[in-house]
Write a protein that binds this ligand. Structure first.
Ligand SMILES: Cc1cc2nc3c(=O)[nH]c(=O)nc-3n(C[C@H](O)[C@H](O)[C@H](O)COP(=O)(O)O)c2cc1C
Length: 387
């Protein structure tokens, strides 16, 4: 077993252990992948201020997200097909998050259902909703999330139509995989994945199969999205969904100041500044570059969360210092899951917490909730003069 010290170590192991089509599904952006690449490379442009001779004892990464206590302000982002990276992946990730004391978000497009995850955990989790055309299905899934005790609804706004990801089309991505010759050859080297997958019954979209009517081929994400997702989603519909849900609402996929203001107007509890990890509008600016302007515009009116591009505790610190109250990680924990199941997710969280804590200390700070721009050195043109 290699010595794991970074998120990148987990990524290498994930690549070796999970079928190529699922690793590629996670490790890709849309079209040229420019936004996907810049989500991470722009973090590297921000530097840290080294401070010395400052008391660094009694440090804490504890904070709150939407009023919930968290051991660090890092939630696990909703990730479709998580249960294809490792058998029962959503249950494993939710358990790791619960033990660590951070929120877990279950995707609409998960393999394990809402009820499955609720049955195998005790902490309330967040449920992510994609708005579908079938209103009855939406009413029903909201009722299911309420019944399962979900403590927030994360409404994703940046994927009513799928950004084209070339690798998924070339690999013929389906859940479960179809047995083609290239897939069989690949699976022959992924025996651990195959063995675990044989032990579970959870191999298709658990929130959808048996719940949605007139559903064609659910195994293909792209055709299903095209058929079922509601292209007419607008702020009026968001307001109605807020009423239906009646609990904490997080609007995910905000990358523009005007949309952030609309989110405030609709009365959401939080927004997630995000470009879906570079998987949707290729050519959009990185999420970290957009964060300061959005915080400046609405940061005093709504809780601002951030995701897209976080691969270390240092990245978490940078996002918090730029004004996010909390962040979500997607691939960083998916690499852990694909590498080592539940233990891998725990390892990813441990790596991030340790990096966050040590970086805080070396920047002369002891409390994660007091991080501000003062700990950073940001290039003057970082946000850029885009017109
Ligand atoms: C493989 C994969 C699947 C995803 N599926 C969903 C999803 O079902 N719902 C959703 O709101 N976001 C989804 N996302 C986006 C994540 O929630 C999150 O915004 C993104 O991963 C953040 O970027 P990062 O991976 O660089 O941390 C997905 C991301 C990945 C990588």
């Amino acid at each position: 077993m290699p010595v794991i010290t970074t998120i990148d170590d987990l990524k290498q192991l994930h690549k070796r252990r999970a079928p190529k089509m699922f690793y590629d599904y996670a490790e890709s952006g849309s079209w040229t992948e420019q936004t996907f690449r810049e989500n991470t490379s722009d973090f590297a442009q921000i530097r840290l201020r080294q401070r010395v001779a400052v008391d660094m004892s009694d440090r804490t990464t504890k904070s709150q997200m939407i009023g919930q206590d968290v051991s660090m302000p890092v939630a696990l982002a909703p990730v479709g097909l998580t249960g294809m990276q490792s058998a029962d992946g959503e249950i494993k990730a939710a358990r790791a998050a619960e033990k660590f004391g951070v929120p877990y978000t279950l995707s609409t497009m998960s393999i394990c259902s809402i009820e499955d995850v609720a049955k195998h955990t005790t902490a309330p989790f967040w449920f992510q909703l994609y708005v579908m055309r079938d209103e009855e299905f939406i009413d029903n899934i909201i009722a299911r999330a309420k019944k399962a005790g979900c403590s927030a609804l994360v409404l994703t706004l940046d994927l009513q139509i799928l950004g084209q990801r070339h690798k998924d089309l070339k690999n013929g991505l389906t859940a479960p995989p179809k047995f083609t010759i290239p897939t069989m050859i690949d699976l022959a080297t992924k025996w651990r994945w195959g063995y675990e997958m044989m032990q579970t019954k959870r191999r298709s979209f658990g929130n959808i199969v048996g719940h949605a009517k007139n559903v064609g081929d659910t195994s293909s994400l792209s055709s299903w999205t095209a058929e079922q997702f509601e292209p007419k989603l607008d702020w009026g519909m968001i307001a109605r969904l807020k009423e239906k849900w009646g609990g904490k609402l997080i609007l995910k996929g905000i990358l523009d100041v005007e949309d952030a203001k609309n989110a405030v107007a609709v009365g959401a509890d939080a927004i997630t500044v995000s470009n879906h990890g570079g998987r949707q509008l290729d050519g959009a600016l990185s999420a970290i570059r957009m964060l300061p302007a959005i915080v400046a515009a609405v940061g005093d009116q709504i809780e601002v969360h951030f995701d897209s591009g976080i691969r270390s505790g240092q990245d978490v610190l940078k996002a918090l210092a730029l004004g996010a109250k909390g962040v979500m990680i997607g691939r960083a924990y998916i690499y852990g899951l694909g590498a080592m199941g539940e233990q891998g997710v725990t390892t990813a969280l441990q790596i991030i917490q340790k990096e966050l804590d040590t970086t805080m200390a070396l920047c002369g700070r002891r409390d994660v909730t007091t991080l501000d721009r003062d700990v950073l050195l940001v290039p003057q043109d970082f946000e850029g003069a885009w017109v």
